[in-house]
Design a binder for this molecule. Structure first.
Ligand code: NAI
Length: 720
């Protein structure tokens, strides 16, 4: 972060700001440049009386320090008047901190109607009225930050505070929905759960801690949540004594209480399943109401389709999988990332500022869970499954969150369906992978073919299978070739799949192969990298989902060619072995977020004559870095063949880097377009670049002067 987080030009309304926490918030907002409406009714702790003294004293404190503030003495029940004060004095409102509060503690039996209503009016209705009055202004200006104040008494319950607990959980529900309704207008709403020394807590908090629980230690948390650069929305943040943490609800896996759609549920069914219903060992967070309902909707679908409704099918295997940055690097090397492409360094160097995982790594936790448990056993009626007869047929992976760069993932794997293909059986395994804090990171579906396990009278197809999609019939829009190493499988297996078929010649022979074969998931990783490189600027955060069918094996050392076709954000691809022409991955696609439109390229860069020219340029550039950096420019070359772009190269003289593809993390100052053979002629000194430019053989866009400098340098060093 650079510099102080400021609020200049912003208007913050803080209710109940005449004392305690509200006062600390108001002072800090003003100190950071905001104009503050200091609202306070100035009444007693139990909601009795009123006075202007509290608000006035905070306003003079702010003004005394050179800040901007006005007092407002309305009750939050008239929240619209408080917002009016902001508009009249400062002309706008950007932030509302709903903080005003009172207590009327009584044991539940003794709570009167007045005790109940007053508390609901101040906390719940007051929050509603003040926020609702600001809402249209937030929407109009496409900006707003809201804080509501809850309490541990609501979240955990507290003796003698039934009225207060109810109101405090009321504002949490309000905030959850405001976060959803406001999101598209950049209106964020979060809950603060403070614990601080104030008049509300002087007889509640232990005296030995009272002095340590200063409101000033919570104010920075609230103020940060209201900053324009804070993305947090819909969260509950607890804070006290210079500590802050996020808090949310989780739900257990639960249990299905009936076996068929036609069954009802008896009290005894519930009694019998109670341990399972209340088992929290696999508890996770639901991120939305849709996600919360999708689990029982899926169960309903299952019941409706009447397939395999038995309890076994719903059995979920839960497995943990830990990894570090080292494992991510090993995986990246295993799927062909290389330091020879500067763009890949972020996958290979843990101290790189953009260090990240290749997203397909998230297939591995689920795969490990399936391989290390007996999930498959019992999947096919009456069959024992030998692992040597299991083939990985298809794979799907959908990312819901970026891959953490280290941690322990928990995968929930279950058999989603079984199909009878006659010669063999196909088993669909669905895998949900969660991070340590219960956030769902990925969903995967693994399709395995069990040789010789068919003929049990099952159905042939399943509506739960995520389908492959054949590539369009036209020529590919882009192609990338990459040779695998003879040790590729030996390297890839270190990511976890130690099946001897990939290393041990005798095991390979038993499987009917002339030599050990490459892991299908390794070829998948190569192709996923190629698509990211070609259509997503090698940015893993733009990867959404992948689906592939493994058609034929690859021998380590063979060359993989990924042919790609773009259809919006969906990139269809097919991977073949160049040496044999065999298609090894078919029906495949990757869904991207904001795929780059790439000018079709029909030729693999390796086949172009200009490729060695760039390679030589790179060597010369690296030998003359000081000189090169002085030019201070980024050049983008489009090399064409038969009028179509066949290769793209970036010559980044600012960083002293030369690589294939569009500029990474920077913009081109100058774009040069030239035919492959003209580029070679220029390099060899047979074609003068100026003449080429005049004849239209070299097209230059952007900073032409800069290209002149590049030419001079290249000429001086290398005749180019
Ligand atoms: P405080 O009593 O020091 O401050 C609350 C302020 O709200 C008072 O100045 C009061 O005059 C004002 N107020 C009361 N009713 C109002 C109304 N109808 N309209 C406008 N202003 C009104 O209390 P504290 O501790 O600073 O509490 C601030 C908020 O934090 C409250 O919502 C409280 O429920 C909540 N809270 C505080 C905790 C703590 O440990 N201090 C714990 C959990 C929640």
């Amino acid at each position: 972060m650079g510099g102080e987080l400021r609020f200049d030009g912003r208007v913050a309304v803080v209710t109940g700001a005449g004392a305690g926490l509200g006062r600390a918030y108001a002072l800090l907002f003003a100190e950071r440049g905001a104009s503050v409406v200091v609202n306070d009714l100035g009444g007693g702790r139990h909601g009795d009386g009123k006075s202007s003294k509290a608000a006035d004293s905070v306003v003079s404190e702010i003004r005394g320090k050179g800040g901007k503030a006005v007092a407002d003495y309305n009750s939050v029940e008239d929240g619209d008047k408080i917002i009016q004060t902001a508009l009249e004095n400062f002309g706008r409102v950007d932030i509302v901190v709903n903080n005003a509060g009172i207590l009327r503690d009584k044991s539940f039996a003794r709570i009167s109607d007045v005790d109940w209503e007053l508390i609901q009016r101040v906390h719940l209705k007051g929050t509603f009225k003040t926020t609702q009055a600001a809402w249209p202004h937030f929407r109009k200006q496409n900006y707003g930050r809201i804080i509501v104040t809850a309490s541990n008494s609501g979240i955990y319950g507290n003796f003698g505070q039934a009225n207060y607990s109810a109101a405090k959980m009321g504002v949490v529900g309000l905030s959850n929905t405001l976060a959803i309704e406001g999101r598209k207008n950049n209106i964020h709403c979060n809950v603060i759960v403070p614990t601080a020394a104030s008049r509300l807590t002087e007889d509640i908090l232990p005296p030995e801690f009272f002095a340590e629980l200063r409101p000033e230690l919570i104010a920075p948390v609230v103020v940060w949540l209201c900053h324009e650069s804070c993305e947090e929305n819909g969260s509950i943040i607890e804070s006290a004594a210079g500590w802050a943490g996020k808090c949310y609800m989780v739900r257990g896996q639960g249990a299905l209480l009936r076996a068929r759609m036609t069954d009802g549920v008896t009290v005894e069914d519930v009694y019998n399943k109670w341990n399972e219903v209340t088992d929290m060992s696999g508890a996770t967070r639901c991120n939305s109401i849709e996600e919360a309902s999708s689990s029982f909707m899926t169960l309903l679908e299952k019941l409706k389709s009447g397939s395999q409704d038995s309890e076994e099918e719903n059995q979920t295997v839960v497995e943990d999988f830990s990894y570090t940055t080292r494992d991510l690097i090993l995986y990246a090397l295993g799927v062909g990332a290389s330091v020879s492409r500067p763009n890949d360094l972020k996958f290979l160097y843990e101290n790189h500022e953009e260090f990240s995982a290749i997203p397909t790594y998230m297939i591995i936790p689920g795969q490990m869970a399936v391989m290390s448990t007996d999930l498959l056993q019992g999947a096919i009626p009456g069959r024992q499954i030998e692992l040597s007869r299991v083939l990985h047929g298809e794979q799907y992976l959908e990312m819901l969150q970026p891959v953490p760069t280290s941690g322990t993932m928990r995968s929930h794997c279950r058999v989603a369906d079984v199909m009878d293909k006659g010669s063999g059986a196909v088993v669909l395994i669905n895998v949900d992978t969660f991070s340590e804090n219960g956030e769902k990171i990925a969903f995967g579906q693994m399709t395995v073919f069990v040789v010789g396990a068919g003929g049990f009278g099952g159905k042939r197809t399943s509506e739960r299978a995520i389908a492959t999609i054949e590539a369009p019939k036209r020529n590919p829009d882009a192609t990338i070739r990459q040779k695998t190493d003879v040790d590729q499988a030996a390297l890839y297996r270190l990511s976890g799949d130690f099946n001897p078929l990939h290393i041990d010649p005798s095991m390979a022979a038993m499987g009917g192969f002339s030599q050990p074969i490459l892991h299908g998931l390794c070829s998948l990783g190569f192709s996923a990298r190629h698509v990211l490189q070609q259509y997503a600027g090698n940015d893993p955060s733009r990867f959404k989902a992948i689906k592939v069918r493994f058609a034929k094996p690859v021998i380590p050392g063979q060359t993989l060619q990924t042919d790609m076709w773009q259809q919006g954000n969906r990139i269809h691809f097919q991977t073949k072995v160049v040496e044999t022409g065999n298609n090894v991955i078919t029906g495949a696609y990757i869904d991207l977020i904001d795929a780059s439109s790439v000018i079709p390229n029909n030729v693999a860069a390796e086949e172009l004559k200009s490729t060695p020219v760039f390679e030589a340029m790179k060597i010369r550039m690296e030998a003359n870095l000081d000189k090169v950096k002085k030019i201070n420019g980024v050049f983008l070359y489009y090399i064409t063949q038969n009028g179509k772009v066949a290769a793209t190269w970036t010559v980044d003289l600012k960083k002293g880097k030369l690589y294939q593809g569009e500029p990474q993390g920077t913009k081109a100052d100058c774009t040069l377009t030239m035919d492959d053979k003209d580029m070679v002629e220029v390099a060899e000194g047979r074609l003068n670049p100026q003449v080429a430019f005049m004849k239209g053989k070299l097209k230059i866009k952007g900073n032409i002067m800069l290209s002149q400098k590049l030419r001079d340098l290249m000429k001086e060093e290398s005749k180019l």
